[in-house]
Design a protein around this ligand. Structure first.
Ligand code: M6R
Length: 604
């Protein structure tokens, strides 16, 4: 997730681009840059935040009323000056800013290198500039349309040509992009807040739309350059509301981003009927006889999912460990151990210490990380990024979804390397992964019903989340979400363990949230629900569609679409996140910044 902006009009472009980028900084702040077209073309970029870019620009004048800008959330290549956008072709005729991931960039890069191009960065974006240049014959619009037809992946692009001072071109596929319509001036941006200080009239581009943006108008085309029309919408939100995309809190916005996040996390990893993790070499499991998942908080709960999947598919002993415990034990780790280190921020102190201990003992390490260039990503032998984009709310939601998805993909890929996953099974999983974004959308459509339930439950004092197998892993995460933002005491428990103690606490005042999506054990969990009901407890069940029987036992049921048992955590966590969110909201709490907590815990 990055932020892009563009301006053409009668004013100096630079201050408008900088102001726009500031509104998009929430989308990433690894580096920032602008390209301004006046008498000449100037490109200025730097590692760091917009404030660092402003420092670099201080005292210099860049005259020009056309420009594009970028704030980066690194995906390909470290966050440094060289990888910062805008990127340009050797002749500097074509300048590009990009948000998204180009899946076939290595292929294209090889082709362009053969044609004699020399690359300056490690990014996927640089190929776009070269590709457009190779098609450029005096018409930027045509060159862009030809180039984007060769791109696979997701992209929102702003493209300028030094030779065309009266227009720039924008394109969108699977990454957001809006066009702001002004008077004698027009804009593009990854999100509405960046254009709101200048205009309330916007066009939300759809996949495959190309915009030719001029001072006096905007022309829209499809990818074959047939003219198309889109409605202009009047935005009535304030800039502050708009940053949250109209959502009341970042947490809710991030939950609603999950279908997109699921799609991005599998990009380049699910290809046709195949699952592949290109970041991992094929002999990575050589000699491995033990697997650990170490992490903290929500990331640890993703590790619990990993443990179940690794045991099942790799048939190697696997453990999930809380990093703060692991680091102070004498864990049985040696060169035959594979250590998965899971972290959204990549900076959690205990997780880093556990990683360093594992390395000292000789383990091979794989990071499952969101923030590119973070400490965990630098210190692990291999890193598989989850590509969830910046997560702002303290309570982790979309990162968890991407973590469990990437862990599942990785374990299935490793199983394939060990010949423990047949081509038929691989195909079944690959095809099911592709359906997950739509299934997540289906769940989000129930959010009003979930909110209604949460509002009627807001005064609860205690909850138990129960489940078996992967549903147990989910129960841990459901309980943590509720605790941290609503301050209601909650425990995640293996459903079969309830009668060994906690059942004593169940009274008619108790709420039990039973997760019952794991088909092989659903009858067992159903029996545990009955035990709770017999003690007068109130039960909300999260179950897979089609398991109608559960309605006769639970007080309330939210159904989630059916998927393969092993992939259920990716989507079944969504109702749990929404329940926690709406209970906290109905209690009027500071959801994005819960008391006593920080987004990244860099002290032990
Ligand atoms: O950045 P990390 O994934 O390493 O963070 C780990 C935990 O601190 C984090 O998941 C924390 O538990 C969240 N607040 C949970 O929502």
């Amino acid at each position: 997730m990055c932020g892009i902006v563009g301006y053409i009009g009668g004013k100096d472009a630079l201050p408008i681009l900088i102001e726009g980028l500031k509104h998009l900084e929430y989308r990433g702040y690894d580096s920032a840059g602008v390209a301004i077209l006046g008498e000449t073309l100037s490109v200025v970029k730097t590692q760091g935040r917009i404030a660092d870019l402003e420092k670099k620009l201080k005292g210099k004048t860049f005259k020009g009323s056309v420009g594009i800008g970028h704030t980066r959330w690194a995906t390909h290549g470290a966050p440094n000056d060289k990888n910062a956008h805008p990127h340009y072709s050797e002749s500097k005729n074509i300048v590009v800013v990009h948000n998204g991931i180009i899946e076939n960039y290595l292929e294209l890069k090889k082709m362009l290198i053969k044609e004699g191009h020399t690359f300056r960065s490690e990014t996927d974006t640089e190929v776009i500039a070269y590709l457009i240049e190779s098609f450029y014959e005096g018409d930027l619009l045509k060159a862009v349309s030809k180039a984007v037809n060769m791109l696979e992946g997701s992209f929102a692009l702003g493209v300028m040509s030094k030779d065309e001072k009266n227009r720039f071109v924008a394109v969108r596929k699977d990454s957001p992009l809006v066009v702001g319509i002004g008077k004698g001036e027009n804009f593009i941006a990854s999100d509405i807040p960046a254009v709101l200080p200048y205009t309330k009239d916007v066009i939300i581009l759809e996949n495959g739309d190309i915009a030719e943006v001029k001072r006096d108008g905007v022309n829209l085309f499809d990818l074959k350059l047939n003219p198309i029309k889109r409605n202009v919408q009047k935005i009535t939100w304030s800039v502050d509301d708009a940053k949250k995309g109209g959502f009341k809190h970042f947490m809710l916005k991030e939950i609603f981003e999950e279908p997109h996040v699921i799609r991005e996390a599998m990009r380049g990893r699910v290809n046709g009927d195949e699952i592949e993790i290109p970041e991992l070499e094929s002999d990575i499991l050589k000699g491995i006889n033990r697997v650990y998942f170490v992490a903290c908080g929500t990331a640890y709960h993703a590790g619990v999912v990993g443990k179940y999947l690794a045991e099942k598919f790799l048939k190697i002993p696997a453990e999930a460990e809380v990093a703060s415990e692991f680091r102070y034990r004498d864990p049985l780790v040696d060169k035959n151990t594979l250590l998965f280190v899971i972290s959204q921020s990549g900076e959690t102190a205990d997780t880093l210490a556990a990683l360093r201990l594992g390395k000292k003992k000789g383990a091979k390490t794989i990071g499952i990380v969101n923030v590119v260039g973070s400490s965990v990503s630098r210190e692990t032998d291999r890193v598989v990024y989850i590509n969830a984009g910046p997560e702002i709310a303290v309570a982790s939601t979309k990162a968890y979804v991407a973590q469990v998805e990437v862990i599942a993909l990785t374990i299935l890929y490793l199983a394939k390397l060990l010949n423990k996953l047949s081509p038929e099974e691989e195909k079944r999983f690959a095809n099911e992964f592709k359906l997950l974004p739509e299934k997540a959308e289906e769940i989000l459509k129930q959010s009003d019903r979930i909110a209604e339930f949460a509002y009627t439950t807001k005064n609860i004092e205690e909850t138990f989340y129960i489940g078996r197998n992967l549903d147990y892993a989910l129960s841990l995460e459901g309980a943590l979400k509720l605790k941290e933002i609503s301050y209601v005491h909650a425990e995640g428990y293996p459903a079969g363990e309830l009668k060994h103690g906690p059942l004593a606490l169940v009274t008619p005042k108790s709420l039990i949230i039973a997760i019952d999506t794991y088909a092989p054990l659903r009858e067992k969990t159903l029996s545990n629900i009955k035990e709770v009901k017999a003690r007068g407890g109130k039960v909300l069940a999260i179950a897979s569609e089609g398991y109608e029987k559960i309605k006769e036992v639970a007080d309330k049921v939210f159904f989630v679409p059916q998927t393969l048992n092993e992939l259920s955590p990716v989507i079944s966590v969504i109702p749990l996140q929404l329940i926690a969110y709406y209970i906290a909201e109905s209690r009027g709490l500071d959801i994005d910044k819960p008391r006593n907590l920080a987004k990244s815990v860099t002290v032990e």
